[in-house]
Design a protein around this ligand. Structure first.
Ligand code: NAP
Length: 257
């Protein structure tokens, strides 16, 4: 029996591919045989990740700069990917911004920034790479949502981020329906707290962390590595009949309360 989790010959693009979660998912996809493009704004960090992928796996890797909030920049990225690798089979949207501000004084520029990166950015990249997948009548899209798309925090300040992730969930479900005729699976991974830069505010606050862990049956913060298996599954033939789903990777947080 062939290994249904292998990704040999596939081309994967990981936006936010030098981020805490993006890097480890990019490495995981490459480990299964995919050629991987990592893309975001910081080209030095991306080049280092691409080099790591090439040295730790047998797969090809490339780094390209993109500002995911800018349509022209995303179009240019799609062109570069096709010029280099011929197509795209897997898109992972792992870019993100998370700014916690009091509801009564939520700076509008912070609100706009989160919506630009998390919502507009997700839609722009799905749209641009989706065109290529529609043409070939196949593709896998994996968006990064969050448990905060359906659960509030006990400490507040999270209206903007939560609202963006609720929007990512509905982009995911809507595209899954719209693009099902083209055999494009669109799913999301919704983690709870994971040890990365983006979660620093919560991770560095012992009281907040204690409140958080009280509601997590598995009693730990996640590691980026925890996302790899689900990412490979959603990118592979093993998940061909799964679309429009938000997979909660949360130590059981959403199972209770
Ligand atoms: N860590 C958690 O606890 C957690 C929990 C739930 C959900 N998530 C979600 O998981 C995803 C990955 O998060 P993470 O923890 O890996 O965060 P991270 O380490 O901060 O990585 C986020 C990445 O997004 C990229 N990015 C930001 N703005 C961008 C833009 N305008 N254009 C292109 N790329 C941009 C950044 O790269 P550049 O600076 O190079 O642009 C960065 O590498 C996010 O969607 C986040 O909301 C994280």
């Amino acid at each position: 029996m062939t290994d249904m989790f292998r990704l040999d010959g596939k081309v994967a693009v990981v936006i936010g591919g030098a981020g805490g979660i993006g890097e480890i998912m990019a490495l995981g996809l490459a480990g299964q045989g995919a050629k991987v493009v990592v893309a975001s704004r910081n080209i030095e960090k991306l080049e280092a990740v691409a080099q790591k992928i090439r040295s730790e796996t047998k797969s090809e890797a490339a780094a390209f700069q993109v500002d995911i909030t800018d349509k022209g920049s995303v179009t240019q990225l799609a062109r570069q990917v096709v010029a280099r690798f011929g197509t795209v089979d897997i898109l992972v949207n792992s870019q993100g911004a998370n700014l916690k501000r009091p509801a009564v004084d939520f700076p509008v520029e912070d609100w706009d920034h989160m919506f630009n990166v998390n919502v507009k950015g997700t839609m722009l990249s799905c749209s641009e790479f989706g065109k290529i997948m529609i043409e070939k009548r196949r593709g896998k899209i994996i968006n990064l949502s969050s448990v905060r798309g359906i659960r509030a925090t006990l400490w507040g300040g999270n209206e903007g981020y939560s609202a963006t992730k609720g929007a990512v969930d509905m982009i995911t479900r809507s595209l899954a329906s719209e693009w099902a005729p083209y055999h494009i699976n669109v799913n999301a991974i919704a983690p709870s707290l994971i040890y990365t830069e983006l979660a620093a505010v919560t991770l560095q606050d012992p009281e907040r962390l204690q409140k958080y862990l009280a509601n997590v049956p598995l009693k730990r913060v996640g590691q980026p590595q925890d996302l790899v298996g689900v990412c490979i599954f959603l990118a592979s033939a093993a998940s061909d009949f799964i679309t429009g789903q938000i997979i909660y990777l949360d130590g059981g947080l959403t199972a209770i309360g």
